[in-house]
Design a protein around this ligand. Structure first.
Ligand code: FAD
Ligand code: PYC
Length: 416
């Protein structure tokens, strides 16, 4: 912390929380920008930051229909890891994990990245074989990944029921020690502040209602705050990607589903790692506040409502208390959902489109938080150079016509 930050902190501590300097400006939209990013989640803000920082683009706006970070970026369970099966995904997510490792320093904002490790449990021989296969693939990509025995898992997570007669016996687990969690709001705020400092206009309460194009070249957008012209348009709207694509007469191979999470009342430290079970569709970690952060698989139906249905939560909590019998007595504090956009191969789309100057970044489904810095980094490259970064070339729209899918259903961690 530098001298300026110490004095600022002391002044704010004594100020009764009044007259704080805004972390980012609230400018009126200009009539024209070189690049407009639609969507003020972590991915959109990271894209704008890297466009300004690494590609020298000086005229950028991020348009957000509500307040930044209130989409999936502020609704997720914050798990970060890079242990994906296929080389293409492993390289992309590992690029992101490396950026996470220096992010607080780079943004001068504590994103509370905590490398507490991520465990994936095996409950039968097939699970174990599948995890071994992934661990071996990870190691070939120089990604840290281990298989733990039942005893090692029990030592690491004493509260987990590893008894041989458990409803879901634990035959072992994979562990990525460099994986963990980060504070989701801080990631959004950190990128917003850093992008703003580089001159990016972050415009909230500004919904894009139409995409303008001439001769299949983008010319700008219509918004609830007027028309804005742009040479290039990057769309990063998570659960609403299909809606924006339709505005440009493009059809994406995406389905939108609710994905739910919930937290318990806060308790003393009981779990210092992340535990996931793909087979029983539940995962859990403990936040710094002491709440257990619990998640489920997607709700199977398509919807744009950020709610989700009770049976999904009920099934996940039933599985959780089988795995952690002592959690039975906890009260749940709150539940919520986000809308996730899922591709047929459970991999993202980071791509140019048939409309020149129009780029889409979407389809992260249940797993895009971990990709926030990496996604922004390669998407900025794609937009600035009008060609994919080497790390996102495999994630172009063309794969749905060539058939070169990157099937990550096994590593996606949450059932869909
Ligand atoms: P968002 O944060 O949703 O941002 C998109 C923004 O676009 C929104 O703010 C929205 O308001 C805006 N927008 C939409 N339409 C318009 C429009 N017409 N005009 C202007 N703005 C518009 N991933 C992990 O890696 N680990 C996890 O543990 C994890 N857990 C999850 C748990 C839950 C319950 C959910 C819902 C998701 C989880 N995810 C997880 C997935 C992750 O949250 C997302 O992949 C990621 O946050 C997407 O970020 P984003 O910036 O693309 O989207
Ligand atoms: O992608 O690791 C993940 C994840 C965990 C919970 C939701 N997504």
């Amino acid at each position: 912390m530098n001298r300026y930050s110490i004095f600022t902190l002391a002044r704010n501590a004594l100020s009764h929380h009044e007259h704080w300097q805004r972390a980012w400006r609230s400018p009126e939209p200009q009539r024209r920008y070189d690049v407009v990013i639609v969507g003020g989640g972590g991915h959109g803000l990271a894209t704008a930051y890297y466009l300004a920082k690494e590609h020298g683009v000086r005229s950028i706006a991020v348009l957000e229909r509500g307040l930044i970070g209130l989409g999936n970026s502020g609704r997720n369970t914050t798990i970060v890891r890079s242990n994906y099966l296929w080389d293409e995904s492993a390289h992309l997510y590992e690029h992101s994990l490396k950026l996470w490792e220096g992010l607080s320093r780079r943004l001068n904002f504590n994103v509370m990245f905590s490398q507490r490790g991520v465990l994936n449990l095996a409950h039968n021989l097939h699970d174990l074989r599948e995890l071994r296969r992934r661990v071996n693939a990870n190691r070939l990509n120089a990604i840290d990944s281990d298989i733990l025995t039942t005893q090692e898992v029990q030592r690491m997570v004493p509260a987990l029921n590893c008894a041989a007669d458990a409803r879901y016996p634990v035959l072992g687990a994979s562990l990525q020690r460099r994986g963990g969690t980060a504070r989701h709001d801080a990631v959004v705020w950190g990128f917003a502040r850093a992008a703003d400092a580089l001159g990016v206009d972050i415009i909230q309460n500004c919904e894009v209602t139409a995409i303008r194009q001439r001769d299949r070249r983008v010319t700008g957008v219509e918004t609830t705050r007027g028309s804005i012209a742009a040479d290039k348009l990057g769309v990063v709207v998570a659960g609403h990607a299909s809606v924006l694509a339709q505005m440009a007469e493009i059809r994406l191979p995406i389905e939108s589903h609710p994905l739910q999470a919930l937290v318990s009342e806060p308790i003393k430290p009981v779990l210092d790692t992340v535990v996931m079970s793909n087979a029983v569709h539940v995962y859990v970690s403990q936040s710094d506040k002491g709440e257990l952060v619990i998640g489920a698989g997607i709700d199977a139906y398509n919807s744009y409502s950020q709610r989700g249905s009770f049976p999904v939560v009920e099934a996940s909590v039933s599985a959780l208390v089988e795995l952690f019998p002592s959690f039975r007595r906890l009260k749940m504090l709150r539940q919520w959902a986000g809308i996730v956009d899922v591709c047929p191969d459970a991999s993202p789309i980071i791509s140019k489109t048939p409309v020149r100057g129009l780029y889409f970044n979407c389809g992260w489904g249940t797993g895009g938080f971990k990709a926030t810095p990496g996604s922004g980094h390669v998407f900025a490259h794609t937009i600035a150079r009008d060609e994919p970064h080497a790390l996102n070339a495999a994630f172009a729209l063309e794969r749905f016509t060539t058939g070169a899918l990157v099937d990550e259903h096994g590593a996606a961690a949450v059932a869909h």
